[in-house]
Design a protein around this ligand. Structure first.
Ligand code: SF4
Length: 459
């Protein structure tokens, strides 16, 4: 089944146009208490930008060229001024205006139509159960199922709204996912295009606490293949998120992150930092690719890896290195998502340069220089500081010490590329010392002059 809203497709030989998706966080307030919640206003206090701040955010995002905006929450439609926010996005020229919602505010008669009249033309609706027992248990609030059913009825009766159904996969619904999709289909009718997103629970917030105390839902507890087979037979449009590619079998191209990687999607998310926007790399924060088995996996450049919290609790036994050529998988994904498969080679080359670390990469601290190389799995972190005779180090110049952080991949100097980087760094440092550079300046010189295919950043 095709998408309700789709961007115009380029002619076959046109270069792949990167896609920019603007994300604006409207509130952390919610009326539900879902078991896997990432946002809990009752823990950190309510946070909500006012309309002027939302306007400034939207303006900035439009200036980058974004035409597609999604409003995120907690529950976006609890805002009293939700209609004003939607109108604002339309006035500023956004073409696709989406709101993420748990659906319960849409149970109010006529509210969805008013949102549509204001300019809303797409909705990301969270539905987690096809029965009151499951839906209410997950939401932690009675009558959730009844109110969401009314929201689905309102959607069925309202034209012009594209529908994405987000389903977080958790213990409570893992065995009922095809039935939930069938329930939504039955409520919206056979002709309404729907995009289903099945999201394996992210181990953050409440989900992390629950998994830490009671053990996580495992990849192996979810029959991704049977789910995908059922939806494919039903000719539904669907994606699976937060599951490594090796768990998706012949449905690998249904990975939501692979869709993003293939289409060069950038998420312009200003809330995280007032001055910068986040790129596709943001989608990989907190993800890791354990040396075994990912080091030998042909799909590593295309794979979103494993949440490090999941790896901590569940280990890597469920992962299996693939031998499928990445180029073929990427071609398949490009084709499935309406792009020209000829872009696969260029996209693969770009993706191969993205870091795929075996462990979590922490923020760069003052005093360190981080060196990365596309063919070396783990970044190399050098501590460069004024000489301290009692402190062990790798090399010492008259005024500076250089040391490298313990390296998970073994002795750093056993790796020829790493050894070359270390020797080069020492040579730069020695020259900087002789020229009278300050320690800050010496670090900057090492980061800038590392060479040999390495890139550097100084903390
Ligand atoms: S890179 Fe690792 S997690 Fe990803 S598909 Fe390969 S083995 Fe699985």
């Amino acid at each position: 089944m095709g998408l309700f809203w789709s961007k115009p497709q380029p002619p076959p030989e046109a270069p792949l146009e990167p896609t920019q998706l603007a994300v604006v966080h409207l509130t952390n307030v919610c009326n539900l208490r879902c078991v896997f919640c990432l946002e809990r206003a009752d823990r950190g206090g309510p946070q909500q930008p006012d309309l002027a701040e939302v306007r400034a955010s939207l303006r900035g995002l439009r200036e980058t060229g974004a035409t597609d905006v999604v409003f995120m929450g907690a529950e976006t439609l609890l805002r009293q001024d939700a209609l004003d926010v939607i109108r604002l996005a339309r006035e500023l020229g956004f073409e696709r205006i989406r709101a993420a919602t748990n659906g319960t505010p849409l149970a109010r008669t006529g509210y969805l139509q008013r949102l549509a009249d204001a300019g809303l033309n797409a909705i990301e609706l969270s539905i987690h159960g096809a029965t009151a027992e499951i839906a209410d248990r997950i939401a932690g609030v009675p009558h959730t199922f009844v109110r969401q059913a009314k929201a689905l009825d309102a959607l069925a009766a309202t034209a012009g709204i594209a529908v994405t159904v987000n389903m977080v996969i958790c213990r409570e619904n893992a065995a009922a996912l095809p039935e939930i999709a069938a329930y939504v289909r039955q409520k919206l009718g056979p002709a309404r295009p729907i995009q289903f997103k099945f999201i394996f629970t992210h181990l953050l917030g409440c989900a992390w606490e629950q998994a830490r105390d009671a053990g996580p839902l495992r990849y192996a507890d979810v029959d991704f293949l049977a789910l995908a087979d059922r939806l494919e037979v039903a000719r539904e449009d669907f994606f699976i998120d937060n599951a490594p590619l090796c768990r998706l079998g012949r449905h690998t191209s249904r990975s939501l992150k692979l869709k993003s990687f293939a289409g060069d999607e950038t998420y312009l998310d200003r809330a995280a930092d007032a001055n910068t926007y986040l790129s596709t790399g943001f989608q990989l924060s907190g993800q890791v690719w354990p040396t075994q088995p990912c080091g030998a996996c042909t799909l590593r450049p295309l794979c979103q890896g494993v949440e490090h919290q999941y790896l901590r609790l569940a280990g890597r036994a469920e992962l299996h290195a693939s031998t499928r050529p990445a180029i073929g998988v990427l071609q398949e994904a490009l084709q499935l998502h309406g792009h020209n498969p000829r872009h696969a080679k260029a996209r693969l080359a770009a993706l191969a340069l993205e870091p795929r670390p075996a462990g979590v990469v922490s923020p760069l601290r003052v005093g360190f220089v981080r060196l990365t190389h596309p063919q070396v799995r783990e970044p190399l972190e050098l501590r460069i500081e004024a000489t301290q005779p009692d402190k062990p180090c790798f090399k010492r110049t008259p005024r500076f010490d250089v040391a490298y952080r313990p390296w998970n991949e073994g002795n750093a100097t056993d790796n020829l590329q790493v050894r070359a980087a270390l020797e080069h760094a020492v040579a730069v440092l020695t020259a900087a010392d002789a020229a009278g550079a300050s320690v800050e300046n010496a670090r900057a010189q090492v980061a800038a002059q590392v060479g040999e295919g390495w890139s550097g950043a100084a903390g």
